[in-house]
Design a protein around this ligand. Sequence first.
Ligand SMILES: *Cc1c(COP(=O)(O)O)cnc(C)c1O
Length: 396
Amino acid sequence: MNTFNPTSDGYYGEFGGAFIPEMLHANVAELQAKYLDILEDSSFQQEMQSLLKDYVGRPTPLFYSENLSKQYKAKIYLKREDLNHTGAHKINNTIGQVLLAKRLNKKRIIAETGAGQHGVATATTCALLGLECTVFMGAIDIERQKPNVERMKMLGATVVPANSGSKTLKDATNEAIREWINNPTDTHYVIGSVVGPHPYPDMVAKFQSIISKEIQEQLLEKENTAKPDYVIACVGGGSNAMGAFYHFIDNNHTKLIAVEAAGKGIQTDKTAATIALGKKGIIHGSKTYLIQTEDGQIIEPYSISAGLDYPGIGPAHAYLNDTNKIMVGSITDDEAIKAAFHLTRTDGIIPALESAHALAYLEKLNLKENDIVIVNLSGRGDKDMLTYQKYFTNEK
Ligand SMILES: *Cc1c(COP(=O)(O)O)cnc(C)c1O
């Protein structure tokens, strides 16, 4: 297996690390010391693989879209992460982390969530594996994402509103960190993307790397090659993209394209294009690119899709960008909506708004005949129906 590893203290070039308050040191140090041994343990792998197969529904299909292929005059494949249990790739990571928490004898899980997708995946996994679950969520997000809040409650999780600051994701993250400081011995904090202090970016990347491993195997069977010409994925914090890129990073043939949310446009102040517009700084325990004011305060990001409006980016992506191992593009709200409707009408698949950003990037590529393109369809669009409905009504 080819792997993409940070240094032992969690650096990808100058990015990453573990910038944490002293009171979190013990929790993070325990994870750093033990995560690789647990991940490589064969009984851990067996238990995880068995749940990924029979509970999550892996391997997810690699679907050849005849309609998109005809339109773009290339071979377009969709990696169907939308078909995972709970509707997105997030559960690949929560299954891994909650199993790991059990190995560390933790009794309780905490998590933060923005749109609620990571919260639902965490609550689901905790229900299955019998751990207590508390999810922190910004008070404004609780109002905006009612159905996911109800799902988490039905799954037995406690949802705690974050009432500080802008009452959104970054405030929920602050509350979760505070809670972890107060409960260091019995609680594991499940972070939902390739962000946070070392070892989270690497740990989450390894749990999500199953996506690119399956793509290699499936492509070998379908096209007799394990090297596509392009892999395209959307980036919020960067976990579905890292999963889809992971096993292609050291292959010089495959072009890896990370698509950020431009929001209303990268020239406006309503955007979440972190790599395009961000400056180096520290957010949630690691050094990376983030969008910030002159004096280093985080700027509230904006995107029509709740899963992409994170002000930072995983440190590995910052490094891969600066070393030209990935290409970074951006897609506006309108372009994403258009792509979502297009896929729905051509292929009968309603994609998540996040995933629609990756799909929309097909328009920007100069494809050659027989180019093999993989679009990572990170999730399904059920959760976005209210947003889609508005456009649907306008259409008539
Ligand atoms: C959360 C989410 C994302 C963004 O998170 P990443 O860590 O960047 O993958 C993308 N797509 C869907 C469907 C999501 O739920």
